[in-house]
Structure formats: C-alpha cells, structure tokens
Ligand binder design. Structure first.
Ligand code: SF4
Length: 485
C-alpha cells in the first residue's frame, strides 16, 4: 500500500489525506533517511514533498510538486548536507496545491533559522493571522503552518522553550509538527492529539514521524508516541519534554484507523491492521448477510473484509484485479471505450462473479460516484446480487482538522438517506457499521475519539467560514468565498 496507485486510483473519490511529517537528529545520512521516511509516509500526501537539512551552521532545502521519488534524486539528496533534517509530504488542506505552499516551511529570524513540517489544520488560523499582520508580520504563503513559525519568531527573544510554549498557547485545532533549528529537533502535538506522531531512536539519534511504518523502513526503534499537548526538544544532550497544557480529553481521529494510516503502523497505541479487521468482525456481527463470497475493492476494505469473512465463515475472494502499474495520468483511448477509467485500474474477474451473490466490504463512502461506477462493472460481469457493507457510519459532516472531506454538499450521506444512497450506487442492500460497533472495534476508551464527521460534535470549535482556501480568499477579497456550508 502507499504511493500514488493506491490513493489516486483504487481509492479515487475518497477523502484525501492530510500530510506526513518526519524529522531526524544525529544521523550521518539525515537527508537520505528522511527521503526513506517520506517514502513510507507517501500515502499521507502526494501533492508535494520537501526536505530541509542542517549542518549546525548552514541550512539546505529542496522542495517540489509531485511524489517523493519525483521530487528527489541522488544528486539532490547528496547536496542536502547535515546530520539533522525535517521532511514533509503534503496534501493541501489549507492553501492551494502550489510550489510556494510546499513544506517544510523555512524562515530566518533574529539570527535563528526555523524549518517546520505540519500535519493537521489550525481552526483559528484566520484570527491569529489577522492579529499577526496587524502587528507587522508579513506572510509568504497561504498555509496555516506559517502562522506557527511567525508566532515562534515573535517570541524568540524569550528563548526557544518559552517561544514554543507561547506559540502553542495561541493556536487551536490539529497539529502534529516537527520543527528544526540549526541544532535542535522539536516534535509537538496538539492537546487533543488529533493526528498521530511518534518518537523513535536510531544509532543514538532520534527520529520523529507521523506513523511507525516510517520508523520500520529505516530500522529505527519505536520509543513512544509524542503525547497530546507535549513538546519534545531534542539535541545532542538528549530529550526534554514540556507539557504546557492542563490535561484534557484526547480526541484521536478515528478515521486514521478506518482509512488514513497504513495498516502496518501502530497509532494511538494500537495496530491499524488489527483494528481494521475488528471493524470487519463488528460488521459481520451487525449484518450477518447470506452470500456466496465477500470481496474488497483493493485496497480499500482489504483488512475489514478479512475480519468480515472470519466473522461469518464466508469465503473471501478478490473479485476485481487491480493494475498496480497505472500511473497518475494515462493516455485516454481515442475512441470512447466504455468505463475505461474504471477498468484500467480495476478489472472484474467474470468467471468468479457470474451469477454470484457478492458482498463488497468498503472502508467508507464519501461521494458515492466511484462506488457507483465500480458496481456497474460488477453487474456487467454477471454478479446476481451485490450488497455493500461499510466499516464506519455515514459521513455527514466536514472535517476541520486536516482531512479534505469536501463540503457537506458533496457528502452523499449528508444529502440522502440510506435507501437513496443504496439506489444511487446500484446495490441490493447497504449497511453501515454503527457508531458503537466502530468504537468497540478500536479497543480504546469510547470517549478517546473525535467523531465529528459522523456526529457533528466538534471537539474544538472552528472559527466561522474556515475552508481549505480561506487564507487565500481572505487575501484576495477580505472575506472567504469558500466556506464550509
Ligand atoms: S472530523 Fe472525522 S476525519 Fe476529521 S478528525 Fe474528526 S474523526 Fe477525523
């Protein structure tokens, strides 16, 4: 899993990832390690990638649009000198997908250079940015992440630690960040802990990464998660932990378990693969349907289908075959070939599907348009009955914490009831996992999660009219024209 085929095609029409962050301290080949770390985190963002390194005296950076191997090559990595680095893969959730918004974001202030890589969305970005601009800050990008750096820069005269505490005290929302000065690596996470962030050790140095799969690839040892609300400052003397916030309820993003994180990662203290299988088992418990076999559309639903089939003692089949070699773009046939876009990525196995009763196990339905096209190809391949089970409840509300869940208007379950969604997609039956079933499958305390996209209860209230492009609209017109409805 991971990489563009996985996201661009087998899950097209689904929600987009937020970002992946990676940081290294005390490693000879810091740039290359970061390259591999970002490679492992590619599933979290495919629009741009960047690495910034430090020798202790000089900062080196390279960023660009595209996938990690498209942005970097051996000569570029060889030019990124130093034993410290921070890296970022981006899917834009605040600010356009343009080169100037690629991260890590670098700024020099008062003789100190800072580079930041941010995963998540600030929910009070407009207000804080307005305040900063009134006080004379000049912004280079339309990313909310730049706000954090400006807040830091304004307070550096008090020392780095105090500047960090003052900066995080003024921002709200979701942020899992790695930050680098010339000689320190800093990892910090918002007090709700929306997005994952972990700490690892390698050859006496430290690694911070969005997910543990990035530690695995470079043979780093997982030490622990960066705690919600914690700031870790790492240098050659070791790690210092600061906890500036009073304790508050954690609200981990449950959708990281369902969809975003890689199944080989452990996040929020649990293995993603195991949770996805449990989600499938809960589905089997709630919807013990009779059918000849169950199948996923690879790769979404792969792990939930295993649990679903184990729960019901039902055969698991791969009723569609994914072409792993389809790139980001392909040449369209000159003559119109029916459903070419769908079939080039996923082709049904006719012999398997003919006259069969089939259950599709999906991890989510966002707009429903991709599912509709895929179901049509299964019907044409001869499936007699097609049922769908979804390993989470219906998405009815947008996400303000770093996931690009379109707007309410684009969420099919917000606009339509179960029966209408079933008919739109072309199914014989449709079942979503219940909220209690989903929570039970995680094995964590029920109140440890953000469930806002399912129940509309936002753990951190966003300011009015925030959206992906609101900082740009604000620049252009003084008022956002792209609010979430
Ligand atoms: S609203 Fe949904 S996607 Fe966003 S943080 Fe909450 S659970 Fe995750």
């Amino acid at each position: 899993m991971g990489g563009r085929d996985y996201k661009m095609f087998s899950r097209c029409g689904g929600p987009k990832e937020a970002c992946g962050v990676f940081g290294v301290l005390g490693q000879e080949d810091a740039a290359k390690l970061t390259y591999f770390g970002l490679y492992a985190l590619q599933h979290r963002g495919q629009e741009s990638a960047g690495i910034v390194t430090s020798t202790g005296k000089s900062i080196h950076e390279h960023k660009g649009m595209g996938l990690v191997p498209e942005v970097f090559n051996e000569p570029i990595l060889n030019g990124l000198l130093g034993d410290m680095a921070v890296g970022h893969v981006r899917y834009s959730t605040t600010g356009s997908s343009v080169a100037k918004n690629a991260q890590p974001f670098v700024v020099s202030h008062g003789g100190m250079t800072l580079a930041i890589a941010h995963n998540g969305n600030l929910t009070n970005a407009r207000k804080v940015r307005d305040d900063l601009e009134r006080k004379g800050s000049i912004f280079q990008t339309t990313m909310d992440s730049e706000i954090i750096v400006h807040l830091l820069a304004r307070n550096l005269r008090h020392g780095l630690e105090e500047a960090l505490v003052k900066a995080v005290s003024q921002i709200e929302g979701a942020y899992s960040c790695v930050l680098m000065t010339e000689n320190k690596l800093i990892a910090f996470r918002d007090p709700n802990g929306f997005r994952p962030l972990c700490l690892g050790k390698l050859n006496g140095g430290y690694i911070a990464a969005s997910e543990t799969c990035a530690l695995d690839l470079i043979d780093a040892r997982y030490l622990r998660d960066v705690e919600p609300g914690e700031i870790l400052i790492m240098d050659e003397r070791g790690v210092k932990s600061i906890k500036p916030f009073p304790p508050r309820r954690h609200t981990f993003c449950i959708f990281e378990f369902i969809y975003f994180a890689r199944p080989d990662s452990n996040i929020f203290g649990h293995n993603v693969y195991a949770v996805r299988k449990s989600l499938g088992r809960e589905l089997a418990h709630e919807y013990p349907i009779e059918a000849d076999f169950a199948m996923p559309f690879p790769d979404s639903g792969n792990y939930a289908s295993i649990g679903f089939c184990q729960g019901l003692g039902m055969p698991l089949e791969m009723g569609v075959i994914r072409n792993h070699y389809v790139g980001r773009t392909f040449i369209e046939p000159a003559q119109s070939m029916r459903d070419f876009g769908v079939k080039v990525k996923l082709n049904p196995v006719r012999e398997l599907l003919k006259d069969k009763r089939v259950v599709i196990v999906e991890d989510s339905i966002i707009r429903g348009t991709t599912s509709k096209m895929r179901i049509k190809t299964l019907r044409e391949a001869g499936a007699r009955e097609i049922h769908m089970v979804v390993s989470c409840p219906p998405h009815r509300y947008p996400c303000y914490y770093g996931i690009d869940f379109s707007t309410k208007g684009e969420l099919i379950a917000c606009q339509h009831g179960l029966e209408e969604v079933k008919n739109f997609i072309g199914l014989d039956s449709l079942c979503y996992l219940s909220l209690p079933g989903m929570l039970k499958a995680t094995g964590l305390e029920e109140n440890s999660f953000c469930l806002a996209c399912f129940d509309g209860k936002y753990p951190v209230q966003p300011e009015k009219n925030i959206s992906k492009l609101c900082l740009e609209c604000r620049e252009a017109q003084g008022r956002c024209q792209h609010p979430y409805p």
